[in-house]
Design a protein around this ligand. Structure first.
Ligand SMILES: [Zn+2]
Length: 154
């Protein structure tokens, strides 16, 4: 696996991408990332850049652990966003969650592909709220269900 920057196919709105075919992470440099000015509706800083990196690394790590051939987009993003929120410093996480208010989803049905496509950042915040609302044993079971394709099916 390698980290490169950035293929022409990367959308202009994306700061990073993981390509499963080549097993490569592509990320903007920090100075290029700063030109976004905001990410998760909070100012760009080193902590948000770490969040970006952990999101892409979570894609890379989870990619080889799915038990289905083609996991859904929202299954992959759920895992990457939960990782992002879980690993940024607490103060940064609190700012991001404050900037993306929402009620904690009672179940994964409220974390649909449509929600992700409409607002990926909101989906990310909601994914984290959902995951953190589960007990630890339920978190483990839910991660297994995501990796097995039992939830977030297309
Ligand atoms: Zn992603």
């Amino acid at each position: 696996m390698s980290v490169l920057c950035c293929p022409r196919s990367t959308p202009k709105t994306a700061a990073g991408v993981y390509l499963s075919e080549s097993r490569q992470i592509h990320m903007l440099s920090f100075s290029a990332f700063q030109k976004f000015e905001n990410w998760f509706k909070t100012p760009i800083n080193r902590d948000t850049y770490i969040g970006l990196a952990t999101h892409e690394f979570a894609h890379a790590i989870t990619d080889s652990h799915f038990k289905v051939d083609k996991p859904s987009v929202h299954a992959r993003e759920y895992l990457a966003y939960v990782t992002l929120f879980a690993t940024v410093p607490t103060r940064q996480r609190e700012q991001m969650l404050l900037a993306l208010p929402g009620q904690t989803p009672k179940d994964e049905a409220r974390l649909s592909l449509m929600v992700y496509l409409m607002d990926p950042m909101f989906f990310g915040a909601q994914a984290y709220r959902h995951f953190m609302s589960l007990s630890h044993p339920a978190q483990i079971a839910f991660l297994d269900a995501v990796l097995s394709g039992k939830v977030f099916a297309d």
